[in-house]
Design a protein around this ligand. Structure first.
Ligand code: FBP
Ligand code: MG
Ligand code: MG
Length: 354
């Protein structure tokens, strides 16, 4: 597998220094850069809690409440949301949308940004000491108000990123000119640049999906995974590897490190017709980063960044990563010839073979 290509960088420059060209602008990019700094500050605080684990309290314990999507809220979900909200209050964020808030909050009515956040991604992994994260999407505040700001195509994002709380804490961010990687230096709790111009290799032999849902999948997804599992003995004629962490940030970080394709498709379980991931604060920011890194993101039929949410916590099927694999999966979903592959002459399909 080829190494991601990176532009040479001056190692260790602080996040603030790297954002300077944006901070000096006079448009919404300057506000977005300030919001990224604020989010990084919140992330450093969350990282401190995560590092303490059980010493910081029962972080993975249910609060007894549920978020608007019906997920049980964990202590850390709530604490992370509080930290992010407090940090954004000091920026020119007009509107705040969060997985952990039922409705949009208005912070600074004169602000020029709308920020959507998954404060704690991968909540089921909190107690397991497995990587978890924070995902954010920064949009311009629309003159029409809060709903119009968020119910817009993901392509309108000014910036997007995520923080992964893993063996080290890393921030991966884009303000629309490539993807940068920063690592939290525990010595001074500041994020320092580690890589620039992250690129997702165009092809891969690694896929990520929760295979326990196999029986619920639709035919195109089954076909793709069947072919991967058949490996060298199947129509693809080569072996594939599988990973599933159950933290979107961790899968994303791996894909940025060495390529891969991630799938959380819609399936036949009640409530999972559009999968599990939320368009506004999970799929859209990850899609923005993926495209910025030369990868792709689709719901199987259309690019994620072309989709317009109509509700705050709307779900979407998500396929993203190496562009060739995403294109292949889209063709499985959209090519009429696929229908033929459902016939008893199934093994004669040649169209989808590598
Ligand atoms: O448990 P499942 O169905 O495999 O779902 C795992 C997915 O759910 C998520 O945990 C959803 O995010 P939250 O933890 O923010 O609700 C993703 O990070 C992950 O990809
Ligand atoms: Mg999440
Ligand atoms: Mg979450």
């Amino acid at each position: 597998m080829s190494e991601p290509t990176c532009r040479p960088i001056a190692m260790g420059r602080t996040l603030e220094l790297c954002l300077k060209p944006y901070l000096e602008r006079t448009d919404a990019h300057a506000s977005a850069a300030r919001a990224v700094l604020a989010l990084a500050e919140a992330a450093a605080a969350i990282s401190g809690l995560v590092a303490l684990g059980p010493l910081a309290g029962a972080l993975g314990q249910a609060t007894g409440g549920a978020n608007a999507d019906g997920d049980e809220q964990k202590q850390l979900d709530v604490q992370a949301n509080d930290a992010v909200l407090a940090a954004l209050t000091k920026t020119s964020t007009a509107y705040y949308a969060s997985e952990e808030e039922d409705a949009i909050l208005t912070l600074d009515p004169a602000g020029d940004l709308a920020v959507a956040v998954d404060p704690l991604d991968g909540s089921s992994n909190i107690d397991a000491n497995v990587s978890i994260g924070t995902i954010f999407s920064i949009l311009p505040a629309a003159p029409e108000g809060a709903s119009a700001s968020f119910f817009a195509p993901g392509r309108r994002q000014i910036a997007a990123g995520y923080v992964i709380y893993g063996p080290h804490t890393a921030l991966v961010v884009s303000l629309g000119d490539g993807v940068e990687l920063f690592v939290l230096d525990p010595a001074d709790r500041s994020f320092k640049q580690a890589r620039s111009g992250l690129a997702i290799p165009a092809t891969t032999r690694e896929y990520a999906i929760n295979a326990s849902n196999y029986r619920h999948w639709t035919a195109p997804v089954r076909l793709f995974i069947d072919d991967c599992i058949a490996g060298a003995d199947g129509p693809r004629g080569r072996d594939f590897n599988m990973r599933w962490v159950a933290s979107l940030v961790a899968e994303t970080h791996r894909i940025f490190s060495r390529g891969g394709v991630f799938l959380y498709p819609g399936d036949r379980r009640p409530g999972y017709e559009s999968g599990r991931l939320r368009l506004l604060y999970e799929a859209a920011p990850i899609a923005f980063l993926a495209e910025q890194a030369g990868g792709a993101a689709s719901d199987g039929l259309q690019p994620i960044l072309d989709k317009v949410p109509t509700t705050l916590h709307e779900r979407t099927p998500l396929i993203f990563g190496s562009s060739e694999k995403v294109a292949r999966l889209v063709s499985y979903h959209t090519d009429p010839a696929f229908e033929r592959s459902q016939s008893p002459l199934f093994d004669q399909r040649g169209l989808f073979r590598a």
